[in-house]
Design a protein around this ligand. Sequence first.
Ligand SMILES: Nc1ncnc2c1ncn2[C@@H]1O[C@H](COP(=O)(O)OP(=O)(O)OP(=O)(O)O)[C@@H](O)[C@H]1O
Ligand SMILES: [Mg+2]
Length: 252
Amino acid sequence: MESDIVRDLRSKLDISAEALRKAGEQALAGRFALEVMHEIRNPLEAVGYLIHLAHEEDDPLTVREHLRQANEQMATVHQIAAQTLSLARILPAPMETDLVEVAEAAIRIHHRRITAQKIHLVRDFSEETSAEIYTGEILQVISNLLANALDAVPDGGTISFRLRKRGAHVQLLVADNGQGMGPEQVARLFEPFFTTKENRGTGLGLALSKKIVERHAGTISARSSALPRRNGTTFRISLPVRRPADAVTSAD
Ligand SMILES: Nc1ncnc2c1ncn2[C@@H]1O[C@H](COP(=O)(O)OP(=O)(O)OP(=O)(O)O)[C@@H](O)[C@H]1O
Ligand SMILES: [Mg+2]
């Protein structure tokens, strides 16, 4: 028989755990929005500068050239905003979606870092890879795996994406040749608040990614090696092509 105190404590713990889970999901969504904002900020600043130059300029041809460049930058902003936000929209039901599109959207979100870190990005998207998913959620998962890979690789490192069909599932592999991890670290990867990034990381990225994947009745796993010359990490997500009818809904 549980005492009243234990029962009371247990229910308080449940409430705290639920509050933490909600806070974690908001943190992931907030960080995701921040990543998108970062990508949009550079071209927007360029537009502001080009318009300023056009204002100061007397030569009509040069003005026209500044405006043409501003227009080009606006097209980039428009592309990132339209494609990312339409994908991230919270949909009432899972939708048949091409995972190549979702992976490409995640790559666009991190375009600035990929370029700055001179990453060699490999795409192997040759197989048919549609699945019934909550697109915005899976975009967050892939974006998160890519962010971790970018944190792990040195400048000039390689990150590869591979999509393939395995029976009734699609698999996405995200591999990097970063510093890798030992077995103790791999065992703790999906624990909430497990991080080695001190002040920079919350340690919620993978815990929430796992939740999202499991809501899709899928699995996520990692393999890693920290051995010299064999160092690197591969995450594998497997999602059912058709979402089982009894899978929990996104709102759960
Ligand atoms: N590709 C990777 N290579 C090496 N270590 C990794 C990789 N992905 C994750 N890790 C390790 O797993 C830890 C947990 O990752 P997770 O994404 O959950 O949190 P985080 O990246 O530390 O913080 P957050 O994602 O909340 O900003 C990381 O701190 C890092 O030590
Ligand atoms: Mg992370």
